[in-house]
Design a protein around this ligand. Structure first.
Ligand code: CA
Length: 221
């Protein structure tokens, strides 16, 4: 995991960078808000540690700018103890967590891990292929931006196909994964559900679910 560390006090920056590296993070340390902004615009990070008082551009205005521009990496904000207004402002601007100075570096590492994990968790909940977008946490599904109402079983079947575009699943594999009880191998349950899913997808998108003759089904990749 690659982290941008923005802190102008050299001692703190070096100490935090060292601790993060020892914990397995890759770290780009910078001491200036404008440099940090340029890096966030041009490189890809898994998270950032952001001090508030910085030369060039302060941490909160930096945070406001990147959120406005749709840069959604997890951000842990650092600030001097007791600056509660800044804390509230930071969280309102889209900080994922806040740590008052002075802090224990172990706590910083633990908090940073937590915000990065939460952010990855959100990404894992999103399943997308072709025109289909699914959020497995909220059970929302849309096709070409239009929301669909699916039953739990329909959702599971579509999720299985959409998670692995291009991969062919046999009827037995589908039954095994989507219907977790003993079934009659002669059942046409899978075909019935695929037909329903195609109806949900509509005329325009029904062909995204491909019948592989004599084998099973796949979502086009
Ligand atoms: Ca500072």
């Amino acid at each position: 995991m690659k982290i941008l560390l923005v802190e102008d006090e050299r001692k703190i920056r070096e100490w935090v960078a060292k601790a993060l590296r020892e914990s397995g993070f890759v770290v780009d340390p910078v001491g200036d808000g404008n440099d940090a902004y340029d890096l966030l615009k041009t490189r890809s990070y898994d998270g950032a540690v952001l001090d508030i008082m910085l030369p060039g551009r302060d941490g909160l205005s930096l945070l406001r700018s990147i959120r406005r521009e749709g840069i959604n990496l997890p951000v842990l904000v650092l600030s001097a103890r007791g600056e509660w207004d800044e804390r509230v402002e930071g969280l309102n601007l889209g900080a994922d967590d806040y740590l008052p100075k002075p802090f224990h570096v172990d706590e910083l590492v633990a908090r940073l891990r937590a915000v990065c994990r939460r952010s990855k968790g959100d990404q894992l909940n999103l399943v997308e292929a072709g025109p289909v977008r699914m959020n497995v946490a909220t059970r929302e599904v849309s096709v070409g931006g239009n929301a669909l109402e699916l039953t739990a079983r329909e959702f599971s079947l579509l999720e299985m196909l959409v998670r692995s575009p291009g991969r062919v699943f046999t009827r037995t594999q589908i039954l095994d994964r989507v219907w977790d009880y003993d079934f009659d191998p002669q059942t046409n349950l899978v075909d019935v559900y695929v037909k329903r899913l195609r109806q949900h997808l509509g005329e325009e998108n029904r062909d995204w679910i491909d019948t592989v003759r004599g084998v099973g089904y796949r979502f086009k990749g």
